[in-house]
Ligand binder design. Structure first.
Ligand code: PMP
Length: 361
């Protein structure tokens, strides 16, 4: 009888799984979701449009309506829009397209952990170029590393999860000009700072822009993301993406969300940004912790005098679930929490107003 070690790829056996232990809490600030939920007008219209839909029939082979809508919304060509079951699926498809065994991908960790997971599962190698001490991307160093390793791609998350920094546009342009591999920019949190690389797509066909409906769009449960790429690249991505990957309900909800974005979702995004700044201002005076500037819908909190795990447990005891990210490179003294609804943020601020490092020993 052969063992699992003999049957399963060593690259997979070695991986540490992407996990998140579910912990029920009244105030959930651990997954960077939209705290306000989907506006009821979007829910009602989605239910109306899908009510008569025959569940026995597959969704469209190519979701051309949503492709056209997303193309208009993003300012790109419909043939260059690839829709996925969450942007995670697009990450998987593009790495399946690019990563042959031994291929190098340049990352700057700490960043979204799924990139490394997928690269390694596919037998590729991650070349990590740490950011500067303030967590800003060191794009010249990334370019250098990418050239030396003959990397097939550089992946950047902007704003970055979990540090909240964006890549400088000038440095990004320099990278696109000087590097002959793909540059992937994950814009999952773009709405919280107007990050937008799409205007560069026309000049740089090796640019891949990733977006999601899971954050600003309040639809994490429906699993929709998309890639904006050169049409020639879309044709290749479509070969490795599973057919019928997004169900008809989610396709319809995404269509409705875009149609109603300005009226229904943009005001929520603006509220989240205002709350982000309010929380930052309220925590600016604390002498035992530091909030880093963030351009996303979450904050990174430096807590050098308390073990992050203990702080997370103490918050949870007050009903507030945040993310312990202290196992990430460079972040052994940090926690991350996303911006909640105003009363949720008030509860978090009240916790930090009362707490002192001595309470956690
Ligand atoms: N990219 C980044 C940077 C993320 O933080 C996330 C989710 N946390 C994703 C992609 C994946 O999002 P989804 O699959 O829900 O679109």
């Amino acid at each position: 009888m052969r063992t699992l070690d003999e049957l399963i790829k060593p690259a997979v056996r070695r991986l540490r799984a992407y996990t998140l232990t579910p912990r029920p809490a009244p105030i959930k600030l651990n997954q960077n979701e939209n705290p306000f939920g989907v506006p009821s007008a979007i829910v009602a219209e989605t239910l109306r449009r899908t009510a008569g839909r025959d569940w026995a029939r597959y969704p469209d082979f190519v979701p051309t309506d949503l492709q056209a809508t997303l193309a208009r919304f993003a300012g790109w060509r419909p043939e260059g829009v690839v829709i996925g079951n969450g942007s995670n699926e697009i990450i998987q498809a593009l790495l399946t397209m690019l990563v042959a065994p031994g291929a190098a991908i340049v990352l700057s960790e700490p960043t979204f952990t799924v990139y490394r997971l997928m690269v390694e599962a596919l037998g590729g190698t991650v070349v990590n170029v740490p950011p500067r001490p303030d967590f800003s991307y060191d794009l010249p160093a990334m370019l250098d590393a990418a050239r030396r390793a003959q990397a097939v791609a550089v992946i950047l998350c902007s704003p970055n999860n979990p540090t909240g920094v964006t890549a400088s546009e000038a440095e990004l342009c320099a990278l696109l000009k000087a590097f002959d591999g793909f540059v992937v920019v994950d814009e999952a949190y773009r709405e919280f700072c107007d990050q937008n690389c799409v205007p560069l797509l026309a000049d740089f066909p090796r640019l891949i822009v990733l977006r999601t409906f899971s954050k600003a769009m309040a639809m994490a449960g429906l699993r929709i993301g998309y890639g904006l790429v050169a049409p020639e690249v879309a044709a290749e991505l479509n070969k490795v993406k599973l057919p019928y990957n997004v169900n008809f309900f989610s396709l319809t909800a995404a269509q409705v969300a875009i149609e109603m974005y300005d009226a229904e979702l943009r005001p929520l995004v603006e509220r989240i940004i205002r709350e982000r700044e309010r929380v930052a201002a309220a925590m600016a005076d604390a002498d035992w912790l530091t909030l880093l500037p963030s351009r996303a819908n979450f904050h990174l909190l430096h807590t050098p005098r308390i073990a992050p795990g203990r702080l997370c447990e103490a918050l949870l005891a007050r009903g507030i679930l945040v993310r312990d990210i202290s196992h990430y490179p460079m972040l052994s003294e940090y926690i991350r929490f996303n911006i909640g609804a105003p009363e949720e943020n008030d509860a978090l601020l009240a916790f930090f107003k009362d707490a002192r490092p001595g309470d956690f020993t």
